[in-house]
Design a binder for this molecule. Sequence first.
Ligand code: NDP
Length: 254
Amino acid sequence: MAPWYSLAGRVALVTGASRGLGAATAAALAEAGAAVGCAARTVDGVEATAKGIRERGGRAHAVALDVTRADQVAATVRAVEQALGPVDILVNNAGITLEKKTVDVTDAEWERVLTTNLTSMFRLARAVAPGMLERRRGKIINVGSMYGVIGVARYAAYCASKAGVDGLTRSLAVEWARHGVQVNCVAPGYVNTEISRPALADPRTRELFLSKIPARRIGEPEDVGPLVVYLASPASDHMTGQTLYLDGGQTIAW
Ligand code: NDP
C-alpha cells in the first residue's frame, strides 16, 4: 500500500459500527492498518464487527454507546483510548431516518432525529478534539447524505439534520485547520442497508431510484469504506471542510 494511504499506528472510533456503513467502514479502516473502536447500541453487533477485524489480524475494541446520551460520549472515548490509544480518527456515522408527512411529525420525533444525526456528531467531535488539537493531528469524518443537499418530501427532519452535518463540518474544519485537524463529510446516495431496505423492497420505488442514478446501481456499504480511508489518511491532509458525494452521480444529474 502507498504510505500516504496507510493508517498503521492510528486509532479510529466509528459510531454506528454494529451494521451497515459503519461496520463496513470499521473493517476498511482496519484493513488500512488502524486499530478501531466500534461503538453502537447493539452490543452483539459491535462485538461482531470487532471480532471480524481481530480475525483478520487487526486490533479492535467494542463499546456500547447510545449517541443520544451525552453522558455516554466521554466514557466511550475514554474506553477506546484505554484499550487502543489516543483517538486520531473519528467517524461520526450513527444515524436514523424518519419518513412521515411533516404535519404529523411530533416534537419528540424531530428531536430524536436531530439529536441522533447532528447533535451527537458535535458532542463526539467536542470530546475527541482536545487531544487531536494538542497532538496537532486528527481526522474527523462525518457521514452526511445527499438528502442534505436535495429536497425530499416527508423527510424534513432527516434532510435538515444532514444539511446541518454539512454546516457543522465546514465550521469545525475552519476552526481546527491551523491545528492540523481535518474535518470532512461523506454524503452517500442510496446504499443497500437497513435504513434504505424498506424503500428498496418495493420494486417500483427501486426502479424509480435507479432511474435517477446515472450509474444505475444502488451503492453497497463497501463503497463507502475506501473513501473514508482516504479522508482518514495523510493523502487528504490538505483537504478540509468538504462534502464528498458518493452517489453514482445522482446529485449532479439533470
Ligand atoms: P443502518 O440502519 O444499517 O445503520 C445505522 C447505524 O447507526 C447502526 O449501527 C445503529 O446501531 C447506529 N445507530 C442508530 N441510532 C444510534 C444511537 N442512538 N446510538 C448509537 N448508534 C446508533 O444504516 P446505514 O448504515 O445506512 O446508516 C449509516 C449512516 O449512513 C447514517 O448516518 C445514515 O444517515 C447515512 N446514510 C445512509 C444512506 C443509505 O441509503 N443507507 C444514504 C445516505 C446516508 P444500533 O442500532 O446498534 O445502535
